[in-house]
Ligand binder design. Structure first.
Ligand SMILES: NC(=O)C1=CN([C@@H]2O[C@H](COP(=O)(O)OP(=O)(O)OC[C@H]3O[C@@H](n4cnc5c(N)ncnc54)[C@H](OP(=O)(O)O)[C@@H]3O)[C@@H](O)[C@H]2O)C=CC1
Ligand SMILES: O=C1OC[C@@H](O)[C@H](O)[C@H]1O
Length: 378
């Protein structure tokens, strides 16, 4: 597929599960999602394991034969033909890897959660600003048309004043059977645990409505109260519940966990996992919170709401990661250094909330991955 539009030449840093999904989405024809103003190119991929691994990755995702395969991240960031790097390593590595990219003058799309703590996030944000580079946290769900529609109708007051939200993103796995103690989902050395991996989606849904669409003076860090139950083998957080009170007075209750899930039978029998409760009505979103396709609106009859009950389904033509990539394309084309949909300031506040949750519960990761020292071998 050729395009007359200027290409955005992507470098993929790491060759794991999500890197593969992302690269495949990048290579989808944009017209299948009704988009005609972007031109993504997979220019190169790097694996810290070997160049062969990067080569196999490029083949697997269907990249053009001209795409370069590197056996180290350093080689990737030195490639002058790469415009932007997608960092897809575990959370523990985000700070070191992204700093490597920024120091080399590359724009970055960084997987969630941005870093292990807010201090690291601040260093990256300051560095990107100082160097005039584009930097964005890959909160892909915010770019779904479904999420854009929900933010819009809430901002227009369709639900009335939003007073409370519940948001759950949890898996119901047999943890010991599914995750070896070294697995990134439970391994503290990789900043594993429910909070940074899954809980961030519960928090991001609450932030979209109770923070992002609010007037500027209401966009301040919420009060936070939380509890964590640790995973018995590793001490990573296994079940985490957070209550936030925002400047509007609204409450946001974010839950996450590894052992009891949002959608136990995978058929939505357990109902919605996100509830946005306004004075005129409630909007409910069905799981999974990270890739939702269905919501419904329920009128609040006690307040004579004129809202009508409505169910909406929005299918996704692929996995859905291309929408955040399209945002990167447009921002870079237009000379923007960050996205309005997840501003760096909001990423920092979300990181501060997660720091607070960890502090309240004594959850610390190893010093090597909490430090802002650079460079550091992990
Ligand atoms: N947006 C989304 O829907 C999803 C986002 N994620 C996020 O993406 C990131 C990666 O997750 P995922 O792809 O599932 O993870 P994987 O374990 O599948 O892949 C991580 C990759 O990182 C590289 N890596 C470098 N150092 C290490 C190390 N010490 N241990 C393990 N891997 C290392 C490896 O690639 P190589 O050998 O090539 O260097 C590895 O394949 C996380 O931040 C996670 O939160 C994950 C799943 C879904
Ligand atoms: O971001 C994510 O969304 C999907 C989950 O499967 C994954 O663990 C998480 O990292």
């Amino acid at each position: 597929m050729s395009s007359s539009l200027k290409p955005l030449r992507w470098g993929i840093l790491a060759t794991g599960g999500i890197a593969e999904t992302f690269a495949k989405d990048l290579l989808r024809d944009p017209s299948t999602r009704g988009v005609s103003d972007v031109n993504h190119v997979v220019q190169a991929a790097a694996s810290s394991t070997s160049a062969d691994r990067a080569k196999a990755f490029l083949k697997e995702v269907g990249a053009p034969s001209s795409a370069k395969a590197y056996g180290s991240y350093k080689e990737l960031v030195s490639d002058p033909d790469v415009d932007i790097i997608y960092v897809a390593t575990p959370h523990s590595h985000h700070y070191q890897n992204t700093r490597l990219c920024l120091e080399a003058g590359k724009n970055v799309l960084l997987e969630k959660s941005f870093t292990t703590n807010a201090e690291q996030a601040k260093v990256l944000v300051d560095l990107a600003r100082q160097k005039g580079l584009f930097l964005m946290e890959a909160q892909w769900t915010r770019y779904f048309p479904l999420a854009i529609n929900i933010r819009k109708l809430a901002a227009e007051g369709t639900l009335g004043d939003i007073k409370r939200m519940y948001a759950d993103n949890a898996f119901g796995d047999d943890v010991e059977k599914k995750f070896d103690v070294k697995h990134r989902m439970v391994n503290p050395d990789l900043a594993g645990g429910a909070l940074l991996d899954l809980g961030i989606y519960s928090i991001l849904w609450i932030f979209q409505l109770l923070y992002h669409i609010q007037p500027k003076d209401k966009r301040v860090k919420p009060k936070v109260s939380s509890i964590i139950t640790p995973e018995p083998r590793t001490g990573a957080d296994e079940c985490t519940t957070i209550i936030m009170q925002f400047a509007t007075g609204a409450h946001g209750i974010a839950t996450t966990g590894l052992r009891v899930g949002s959608d136990p039978d995978g058929k939505h029998s357990a109902g919605p996992s996100i509830k946005i409760q306004g004075t005129k009505g409630e909007l409910q979103i069905f799981p999974p919170a990270y890739r939702p396709t269905q919501y419904r609106i329920i009128p609040n009859v006690a307040q004579n709401s004129t809202l009508e009950y409505k169910e909406v389904t929005e299918d996704i033509p692929g996995h859905g990661m291309f929408w955040e990539a399209d945002e990167c394309y447009r921002c870079i084309r237009d000379g923007k250094k960050e996205s309005d949909t997840i501003p760096l300031e909001e990423t920092l506040v979300m990181m501060e909330v997660m720091d607070e949750v960890r502090k309240q519960n004594g959850l610390v990761y190893p010093e090597a991955i909490e430090t802002t020292d650079y460079p550091r071998d992990l």
